[in-house]
Design a protein around this ligand. Structure first.
Ligand code: MG
Ligand code: MG
Length: 258
């Protein structure tokens, strides 16, 4: 593992190819859990049911839930419905309903390395507006990945997300950002979903970042519930969230775990 101080005083841990393979395995487990959750989620399912499903699957595969206990977060998943952007706490009293836009975020630690990914999906048929928000948010992530590569800058990634979202007249959340990931869930550098291309730290082979656009139908402003976690849109409009952990390789990007 190489370690260096960037010119803006960041501590970035570059990963070896073997370490990136280990992170691929951790992220594969994350995606396995997310896929199981998406398949199980239907009207009437509680968000606690989804959390149990993911936790059992992760433990059975030899992993550990990464979020549970992190700064006191009480669950394996973040399940964020409609106007909740991120960090929704699973609950036995919250049942999914037809038309909900559900965002599920999952983290795993496996053999010392973290995986972190998120998906959004609809319960039965969503409104056309909700479907469009979800589709554009997924496209934001794909655009971001297309800008990952050696010699590119992190500002290229944020600018790609921002341009896709704002040209659709959606909001880009500022209060939460993506992040480096490795032997820690959150490492340098921060990976904002906004910015200017050509600015920010240069990406080098071995950098692994979690890219996670959080896109809103209206204002990007956030309010936090009294539980200290649940992050909602201030204006009550819906939000979507997708996340991949992505490694910079010698010739481009490798999305981990898929
Ligand atoms: Mg995440
Ligand atoms: Mg993350």
């Amino acid at each position: 593992m190489v370690e260096f101080e960037d010119d803006v005083d960041l501590m970035i841990f570059l990963k070896t190819p073997a370490e990136i393979d280990a992170m691929d395995r951790a992220n594969h487990l994350v995606h396995k859990a997310l896929n199981a959750v998406r398949e199980a989620a239907q009207a009437g399912t509680t968000t606690r049911d989804l959390d149990r499903l993911a936790e059992d699957l992760i433990l059975n595969e030899g992993g550990k839930p990464a979020f549970k206990g992190y700064r006191g977060f009480p669950a394996t998943l973040c399940v964020s419905i409609n106007d909740v952007i991120v960090h929704g706490i699973p609950s036995p009293s919250v049942r999914l309903r037809e038309g909900d836009l559900v965002s599920v975020d999952c983290g795993v630690v496996l053999d010392g390395f973290y995986g972190d990914a998120a998906i959004s999906f609809g319960i039965s048929t969503m409104s056309a507006d909700a479907q469009r928000l979800m589709d554009i948010t997924q496209q934001c992530l794909e655009d971001a990945v297309a800008h990952v590569g050696p010699g590119n800058r992190l500002g290229d990634v944020g600018a790609a997300v921002q341009q896709r979202a704002e040209s659709a007249r959606f909001g880009v959340v500022r209060d939460f950002v993506g992040h480096g990931i490795g032997r820690n869930l959150h490492e340098d550098p921060q990976v904002p979903n906004y910015g200017m291309s050509g600015r920010g730290p240069v990406m080098k082979p071995g950098l692994v970042i979690a890219i996670e656009p959080m896109i809103t139908a209206g204002s990007w402003r956030v309010k936090i519930d009294d539980d200290g976690w649940t992050a909602r849109t201030e204006d009550g409009r819906i939000a979507a969230h997708f996340e991949f952990s992505v490694a910079v390789t010698e010739n481009g990007a490798r999305v981990l775990g898929i």
